[in-house]
Design a protein around this ligand. Structure first.
Ligand SMILES: C[S@@+](CC[C@H](N)C(=O)[O-])C[C@H]1O[C@@H](n2cnc3c(N)ncnc32)[C@H](O)[C@@H]1O
Length: 216
């Protein structure tokens, strides 16, 4: 389950061909490769060195296996020149150094390592790296179990929309799923349940009219 097609459509409709995209929590490239195949230069930020460089992973049925990482997959696909890989905690990166026309993240901020900082900081940092006229896209885990109610990083499209000031952003799309079952995968060795939300927003272009100097 992913809302990535909706983000791709917004990117095509709102940004120029060849717009740069920063992917926060790039993992081994599920979203980075298709974006680069579409000729988007990508900045791929990921804190897990195994996801980037490959290594041993634990698979649900077959046990330990060797998995390629993002760097190897990009090389094999001949896309490495289009992608800048940043191995870092996104919360420690300077937005100016990873600025782009659009930003995308898929189910990253609910990771427990991010709970030490408020959700608002993660969202604001993502907003800051989007150039005027660009697009913000995030799919994220929504609360549906009792324990989620105590972690603000499990959020809803409506709660997230509050971070988008109307004088700077237009929220283009909010969607959410019902609770669904996902099959076991690396990192989650049993079938498990999720509920997911999506928010896509457009940052207003710079006001280039006479006297209008600030981004709007
Ligand atoms: C669920 S995965 C998303 C990948 C995609 N859904 C997939 O299936 O390939 C989320 C990724 O975000 C990364 N992540 C979470 N918080 C991060 C942070 N603060 N900085 C960098 N990466 C982060 C995790 O390491 C993980 O690889």
């Amino acid at each position: 389950m992913t809302f990535f097609p909706q983000f791709r459509r917004a990117l095509a409709e709102e940004c120029q061909p060849g717009a740069t995209v920063t992917v926060v929590g790039a993992s081994d490239g599920k979203f980075v490769l298709p974006l680069a195949e579409d000729d988007h230069p990508v900045i791929a930020i990921e804190s897990d060195p195994v996801a980037l460089n490959g290594g041993e992973v634990l698979l649900p049925v077959s046990g330990i296996a060797s998995a390629p990482g993002l760097v190897g997959r990009l090389k094999d696909a001949g896309l490495d020149e289009l992608v800048r890989v940043v191995c870092a905690d996104f919360l420690d990166t300077a937005p100016g150094q990873v600025a782009a026309d659009a930003v995308w993240t898929s189910c990253s901020w609910h990771y427990s390592a991010n709970h030490k900082r408020p959700l608002g900081e993660f969202v604001t940092r993502m907003q800051q790296l989007v150039r005027p006229g660009g697009v913000f896209g995030a799919e994220f885990m929504m609360p549906f179990e009792y324990r989620h109610e105590y972690v603000e990083h499990y959020t809803t499209p409506d709660q997230l929309a509050r971070y988008f000031a109307p004088d700077e952003w237009t929220v283009l799309l909010r969607l959410q799923t019902e609770v669904f079952t996902e099959r076991a995968h690396v990192g989650q060795l049993r079938d498990h349940k999720h509920r997911m939300g999506l928010l896509i927003a457009k940052r207003h272009p710079e006001d280039l009219t006479e006297g209008g100097t600030r981004p709007r």
